[in-house]
Ligand binder design. Structure first.
Ligand code: NDP
Length: 331
């Protein structure tokens, strides 16, 4: 086992926001495990990114049953670190997982049934080597399952002590309200919602955020870098070590069209005038809405992680900058 001692100054490097009307604080930047932490990568290399994240005060790691290649490997690999280097720090970490997308064969490995969610959480706990996760999510609404049943699975996970809090992901405003009401009748608070939100996908601001605010639910925004599009990664071609070249994630080369590139270049210029990189401005923009508790970022290198954390030193925008930004990629 490698000896790892966390940086003593880690909590001075990060700011924390209250998650809705709860007692829980989350770091403004959280680390997402969908890509980059798979068996297909090199454990010794990506574990350095994870430990560097913790040294930067990133106390929240977000997972799901199906993250990694093969599915489940992101949980298994974090589990290795939780058993060794991160073992002394378990109580300083917020670990989340989810179930909702396709995970195993047959009718009980996908969707929103109680059968699937409960079995999946047990599998996740085994892979992570934990007795409980901090947050368990319904990963997506399942229109063929009554919401009462999906919420019943979340309620049971809390009542059995397998999850401390529960959350929703990819639910629209109407379904969020419905789910929050069902949970609340059973005495379980919906802690957090995880929507896709970025300069390219702004709809949650008007459609979802008011519902979250009204109900005191926190918000952790995913893909606010649009899988790398809202960074300098693709401004001058497609690098060979990028997500698009490696054919992982869900962006492809034909997503980069001349209209998008023009908008990204305009945004990059605004970012430069603010003394930021495009990635840093995209992160700061997402956090400029106080209803956003945290942004959930993927990173394929320590350099990216460090660049992204530096965005926190300039989160203020002038009205003129916001107006210019709004014009670049449409509403
Ligand atoms: P992001 O928008 O965070 O993109 C991450 C990618 O952007 C990195 O892998 C890297 O690409 C590139 N990147 C990051 N920082 C920089 C930088 N400073 N400069 C240049 N490039 C950079 O999207 P993800 O898809 O990774 O999602 C983040 C997390 O959100 C996931 O891990 C997961 O936890 C969550 N998520 C939740 C979903 C849900 O349904 N609830 C769905 C999808 C994600 P490269 O690899 O090319 O270097």
């Amino acid at each position: 086992m490698n000896i790892y001692i966390a940086d003593d100054l880690r909590y001075e490097k990060m700011s924390y926001r209250r998650c809705g009307k709860s007692g829980l604080l989350l770091p403004e930047i959280s680390l997402g495990f969908w890509q980059n932490f798979s068996d297909s990568g090199v454990f010794a290399e990506y574990s350095k990114i994870i430990l560097r994240a913790f040294d930067l005060g990133i106390t929240h790691f977000d997972l799901a049953n199906n993250y990694g290649t093969p599915a489940g490997s992101a949980e298994t690999n974090l589990g290795r670190l939780l058993k060794n280097e991160l073992k002394p720090y378990r109580d300083e970490l917020i670990i989340s997982t989810k179930a909702g997308y396709d995970m195993w064969q047959g009718p009980y490995g996908d969707g929103g049934s109680k059968k699937y969610l409960i079995a999946s959480l047990d599998q996740s706990l085994k892979r992570l080597g934990l007795d409980y996760v901090d947050i368990f999510y319904s990963h997506r609404p399942d229109y063929n399952t009554p919401p009462e049943e999906t919420m019943d699975a979340l309620i049971q996970s809390v009542k059995q002590g397998k999850a401390l809090y529960v959350g929703l992901s990819n639910y629209d405003g109407k379904r969020t309200q419905e789910a929050v009401d069902i949970l609340s009748k059973a005495g379980v608070r919906c802690l957090i919602h995880q929507p896709k939100y970025s300069l390219i996908k702004k709809e949650p601001k008007t459609e979802l955020f008011p519902v979250l605010e009204k109900n005191g639910v926190g918000c952790i925004a995913f893909q606010c870098l649009a899988q790398g599009l809202l960074t300098s990664r693709y401004l001058n071609g497609i690098p060979t070590d990028s997500r698009i070249s490696k054919n992982v994630g869900s962006i492809r080369s034909n997503d980069i069209n001349p209209g998008l590139l023009e908008g990204l270049r305009q945004l990059n210029e605004i970012a430069e005038n603010r003394g930021q990189t495009l990635a840093q401005m995209a992160i700061a923009w997402a956090l400029s809405d106080e209803r956003v508790t945290s942004v959930l970022l993927g990173a394929s290198s320590i350099k990216q992680l460090e660049e992204n954390v530096l965005s926190l030193s300039n989160k203020l925008f002038t009205a003129q900058e916001l107006e210019q930004i709004d014009k670049c990629l449409g509403k």
